[in-house]
Design a protein around this ligand. Structure first.
Ligand code: GUN
Ligand code: FE
Length: 398
C-alpha cells in the first residue's frame, strides 16, 4: 500500500468542486484507491510507503480528452484561413492518407501518445485514420505507454477523395470488425477499448451508418462522430439525408445514439436535438479551440448544463484544435463562454467548478468511464492522477 499525502482538488458534480487541504489517498499495488482520508493533524502510518507533496504541489484527477485525431498532429498550425469542409479536403485528408504507411504510423503515433501524456492527458478518445493497420498501431501505442484510451478506425465511404476512402460500405464494416477483434482478442488491454468511428454523416452512406448502428448494439461498443459543427456542413448533411428530421436524427434513426456515444462539437443544436441526445443519454465533446480555429460556432455549454445535460467534456480536437491538451482547452472554453456572455449581455458563463468538471469527471462520464476515473473515490484508479504545481508558483519563476 502507498499513501499520498497531498492537497487535493476534484469534482463531485458539475457544480461541486471539493478541496481537501491535506488528504491521505491510500493506493493498493494495482493502482486502485482503497481509502481517502481528510487529515486534520499529523498521523503515523506503519509499514506503508508515504509520498508527500513538495511545496506548492497538489493532486487532481488526470485530464480526459474526449476528442482528438492522432493522424492530424502533423498538421497543427496549418489551415487557419479555411472553414471545415475546405479544411478537410485541402489539409486533413491528404495528411491522414499518409498513414497507409505503417512505418510512419509506428513512429508518429508513439510520439502523439507520449505528447498527450506529457500535458496530463491520462485518458483520450482518439480517431485514427481509415487504415486498420495504423489503428492497431495506435491502440498498441496507448497500451504500451500506459494511456487509457478509446481508439477507432475511421469509417468513410462517400464524399471524400478516391485516394482516401473505404472502397465500399461492406469493406469499411469488415475492416472495422477485424480491428475490433484485434483489440478484444489480441491486444487484450485493460486500458484500451475500441470505438466505432463513422467520421460524420457526410462521409458515410446510410447503409454504412445502419450497419455500424446494429454492430454497436450487438457488441455493446462505444461510438464517436462529429455533429452540428458548421453551418455549411449542416446544410449539406440535410440535403444528403432529406428524410431525417434533423442532423441528430440521422444518427438516432440508425441506432447510433446510446449511452456510449460521443458527439463532437454540437455548436448549432436545436432544442429538439438536445432533448434527443438527453433521451439517449449520449455525451457531448466540447471543442472550443477547434471551433474558433475553423470559425465553426460557439457551443453554449453553460446553457446545456443548466438545461440538465451533464454528460459533457472537453476535446482538444487536434489538429483543428491547434493546442494539444486539456488545460489549454479549458482556458479556451472559458474564453468562448465569456465571449457568448458579452455578445448576449448576460452575466452567466462557465465558472471554474464547471470548467474543472468538463476537464475531468465530465469527460469521464462522456466516455462512460466514470466508474473508474474522473475523481478520487474509493475503488477508482489512482494511476490516472496528475501532480501539478500551482499556477501562482509557476508564475513566480518569470
Ligand atoms: N468533421 C469531419 N471530420 C472532421 C475532422 O477531422 N475534424 C473536425 N473538426 N471536424 C470534422
Ligand atoms: Fe474532430
Amino acid at each position: 500500500m502507498t499513501i499520498y499525502i497531498y492537497p487535493l482538488i476534484h469534482s463531485l458534480e458539475a457544480d461541486k468542486l471539493e478541496y481537501i487541504e491535506r488528504a491521505a489517498v491510500h493506493v493498493d499495488k494495482n493502482g486502485t484507491i482503497t481509502q481517502v482520508e481528510r487529515l486534520e493533524s499529523d498521523k503515523v502510518y506503519n509499514d506503508e510507503e508515504i509520498i508527500s507533496a513538495q511545496e506548492n504541489e497538489f493532486l487532481i484527477p488526470g485530464f480526459v480528452d474526449t476528442h482528438a485525431h492522432a493522424p492530424q498532429f502533423a498538421n497543427i498550425g496549418y489551415g487557419f484561413n479555411l472553414e471545415l469542409l475546405d479544411w478537410l479536403h485541402e489539409v486533413t485528408f491528404p495528411t491522414e492518407a499518409n498513414y497507409e504507411d505503417v512505418e510512419m504510423a509506428q513512429s508518429d503515433f508513439s510520439r502523439v501518445v507520449a505528447a498527450t501524456l506529457s500535458v496530463g492527458t491520462t485518458t483520450c478518445s482518439y480517431y485514427s485514420s481509415l487504415h486498420s493497420e495504423a489503428t492497431k498501431i495506435l491502440a498498441t501505442a496507448c497500451h504500451n505507454l500506459g494511456q487509457r484510451a478509446l481508439v477507432g478506425k475511421v469509417n468513410m465511404d462517400q464524399n471524400c477523395p478516391e485516394y482516401y476512402r473505404d472502397q465500399s460500405a461492406e469493406i469499411s464494416f469488415e475492416q472495422t470488425k477485424e480491428y475490433v477483434d484485434y483489440v478484444k482478442h489480441t491486444l487484450k488491454s485493460s486500458l484500451v477499448h475500441p470505438v466505432i468511428t463513422p467520421r460524420f454523416a457526410i462521409c458515410c452512406s446510410p447503409e454504412l451508418l445502419s450497419q455500424l448502428g446494429d454492430y454497436i448494439k450487438n457488441e455493446n461498443l462505444h461510438m464517436q462522430t462529429h455533429l452540428s459543427e458548421n453551418k455549411g456542413e449542416i446544410d449539406f448533411t440535410l440535403k444528403l439525408y432529406p428524410n431525417d428530421e434533423t442532423y441528430t436524427h440521422i444518427y438516432a434513426n440508425r441506432g447510433l445514439l446510446t449511452d456510449k456515444t460521443i458527439l463532437a462539437h454540437c455548436c448549432h443544436l436545436s432544442d429538439i436535438e438536445i432533448d434527443l441526445i438527453k433521451k439517449h443519454n449520449s455525451g457531448i465533446s466540447h471543442c472550443p479551440t477547434s471551433n474558433f480555429h475553423l470559425r465553426s460556432g460557439i457551443t453554449d455549454v453553460d446553457k446545456l448544463i443548466n438545461g440538465g445535460l451533464k454528460k459533457i467534456g472537453l476535446g482538444s480536437d487536434c489538429s483543428a484544435g491547434y493546442e494539444m491538451g486539456i488545460l489549454q482547452t479549458l482556458r479556451t472554453a472559458s474564453t468562448a463562454s465569456k465571449a457568448l456572455a458579452m455578445v448576449h449581455e448576460k452575466d452567466t458563463y462557465l465558472r471554474v467548478d464547471r470548467l474543472f468538471y468538463l476537464a475531468t469527471l465530465g469527460g469521464a462520464r462522456v466516455l462512460d468511464l466514470d466508474k473508474q476515473i474522473g475523481n478520487f473515490l474509493k475503488s477508482f484508479q489512482f494511476c490516472q492522477a496528475v501532480r501539478l504545481i500551482s499556477v501562482r508558483e509557476t508564475q513566480k519563476r518569470f
